[in-house]
Design a protein around this ligand. Structure first.
Ligand code: APR
Length: 241
């Protein structure tokens, strides 16, 4: 497919599919995280209240995997950084991912709407700090020194995603909305394409391995692996601008 002639701000929504070829599992694919563990056991405030050690184990393992030498940004992450650098208008990447691969690739206008695996938050003083080690029941808060209340600074099911006002403002003003590597099963992110169409009258395109749950909302679709399709799409955009 060719890219449309688009001029103006771009909002890019990314999901787990963009990091799959970097060595991080997706959630809902056949071999995904939710095929091995129930989200109700590890990704809700109730799960943390019931069995915090189990929730810590889950995120400690994912944090270690993210920090292992096998995991690195892939050409799709680098292509989005290139888009931000060379596009004449604003590019905002809104990611549902809690990994730091966009940052490592050089993207700077970035919102982690589901939080970040490499940050921890104290449930007592609410301070958020950079975090690379395992968290445990007896981990003291570096700020208030209380033990037992540290948690990953991620958004669990039933909690409010971050920076929603800023995201909706950007979507309302975008000319192009691109969704990459997300199955479109989780709100509010799954509803962004509708906002982009109905409020901004933006062109909407999805780049994904397979049609997402919301595929009929998109003007265009590019199906294939992110490492191939995202750099090619960015090249077409930059070539046409
Ligand atoms: N290239 C492009 N897309 C891919 C690739 C790839 N190499 N591999 C998988 N995909 C696609 C899958 O086809 C699927 O549609 O990525 C999508 C991943 O979907 P999910 O696993 O549902 O991940 P995501 O949409 O990011 O999940 C949203 O759900 O559990 C929560 O909080 C978690 O942020 C996450 C949210």
């Amino acid at each position: 497919m060719t890219s449309p002639i688009v001029s103006g701000p771009i909002v890019v929504l990314t999901g787990a599919g963009i990091s799959k070829e970097s060595g991080l599992d997706t959630f809902r694919d056949a071999d995904g995280i939710w095929s091995k563990v129930r989200l109700e056991d590890v990704a809700t405030p109730e799960a943390f209240a019931r069995d915090p050690a189990r929730v810590h184990d889950f995120y400690n393992a994912r944090r270690r995997s993210l920090l292992s030498s096998d995991v690195a940004p892939n050409p799709a992450h680098f292509a989005l950084a290139r888009l931000e650098e060379h596009w004449a208008h604003e590019v905002l990447v809104v990611t549902q991912n809690i990994d730091d691969l966009h940052e490592r690739a050089g993207t700077s206008r970035l919102i982690h709407m589901h939080g970040e695996m490499l940050k921890a938050r104290c449930g007592t003083c609410a301070r958020v700090v950079a975090w690379k080690d395992d968290l445990g029941l007896d981990t003291p808060c570096p700020s208030c020194k209380q033990s037992g209340a540290m948690r990953p600074d991620v958004v669990w099911f039933g909690e409010m995603p971050l920076e929603m006002d800023r995201i909706y403002r950007a979507i309302a003003g975008c000319a192009l909305f691109i969704s990459i590597g997300t199955s479109g099963n989780v709100t509010p992110a799954a509803g962004f394409v509708r906002e982009a169409r109905e409020i901004a009258h933006a062109h909407t395109v999805e780049l994904n391995l397979e049609p997402s749950a919301g595929h009929t909302m998109f003007d265009d679709a590019v199906l294939g692996p992110a490492t191939i399709e995202v750099p090619a799409y960015v090249d077409r955009l930059l070539g046409a601008s």
